[in-house]
Ligand binder design. Structure first.
Ligand code: HEC
Ligand code: HEC
Length: 225
């Protein structure tokens, strides 16, 4: 299986080390996927949110060169991570290492709805002028003044709330009421939401199909996270 993958794809350099679970490339790739929070949008190594294509499946259908370009020159709704070629090779080595277990899980295609027209969500209306995010309703927002908020309130979003805590609905509410009460230096200004908007916004992040949209980490991977 390992040989088949390697020969089929002409994997070079660090990516070729994918067969060795403890190899430095696989280890580095696993750490990068965790540190850069790829899983808030993708399933990778058997865990993550399904807002974008499962990376465990994509490594079966795309050449390493194409994967590398997708990470170097990401689409509008994927952040640019600024990884160098060696780091990207490590990430791909990690993905191939996971994929060698088989292409489990259904592929998920992001719904890129037609842009323009009236706002489709509270997020579009109240946050989308500064942020982007993948939501149950589809990609939303037009700008990158603030971070991409895909997966906010899910387990996979970085614990970037004050004190390196995970974002919760209550913390998000305090943040929106007065960002500087949580992060004195922040440049985000308060956003006042009506009760109804607040409820709808939370639903947009915690969509009813959220559970169907994420897969739990397998036991082995969880220990490592
Ligand atoms: C904020 C959401 C988000 C994050 C975080 C993110 N991506 Fe993506 N990624 C996307 C979207 C959207 C696409 C394009 C649509 C699709 O393929 O699902 C994409 C596409 C890709 C593709 C091409 C897939 C294909 O179909 O060919 C690769 C490879 C990829 N991402 C790798 C990564 C890696 C590695 C990380 C972490 C370093 C990462 N992504 C983090 C949203 C994200
Ligand atoms: C006028 C622009 C603007 C609007 C509108 C805006 N934000 Fe922000 N937001 C920012 C900026 C800039 C940052 C980065 C601030 C920082 O780094 O401290 C930010 C940061 C955040 C963060 C912190 C994320 C992290 O990982 O550090 C959250 C959460 C957030 N915004 C949520 C929202 C939500 C939800 C809305 C809509 C209800 C919204 N913002 C509307 C500009 C905006």
């Amino acid at each position: 299986m390992r040989e088949t993958l390697a020969h089929h794809r002409l994997i070079s350099g660090r990516a070729a080390e994918n067969g060795l679970p403890g190899s430095p490339a696989v280890r580095e790739g696993r750490e990068l996927v965790k540190a850069l929070a790829c899983r808030r949008c993708h399933v990778a190594g058997g865990a993550g949110n399904r807002w974008a294509t499962s990376l465990d499946r994509v490594v079966w259908s795309r050449e390493v060169g194409g994967l590398t370009r997708s990470i170097e020159e990401p689409v509008e709704f994927m952040p640019r991570f600024g990884m160098g070629p060696p780091q990207i090779q490590s990430v791909i080595a990690f993905l191939l290492h996971g994929a060698a277990r088989g292409p489990g899980g259904a592929a998920y295609q992001v719904r890129f709805a037609a842009r323009g027209g009236p706002p489709r969500s509270v997020f579009d209306e109240r946050c989308g002028g500064c942020h982007r995010a993948l939501l149950a309703a589809g990609p939303a927002g037009i700008a990158s003044a603030g971070p991409n908020l895909s997966g906010l309130l899910s387990d996979e979003y970085p614990a970037s709330a004050p004190g390196n805590e995970a974002w919760t609905p209550a913390l998000l509410q305090r943040w929106l009421d007065n960002p500087r009460s949580l992060r004195p230096q922040t440049t985000m200004r308060p956003v006042r939401l009506e009760e109804d908007e607040r409820r709808r916004l939370l639903q947009e992040f915690l969509a009813p199909d959220r559970l169907a949209n994420s897969v739990r980490a397998p036991r082995t991977d969880r220990g490592a996270r």
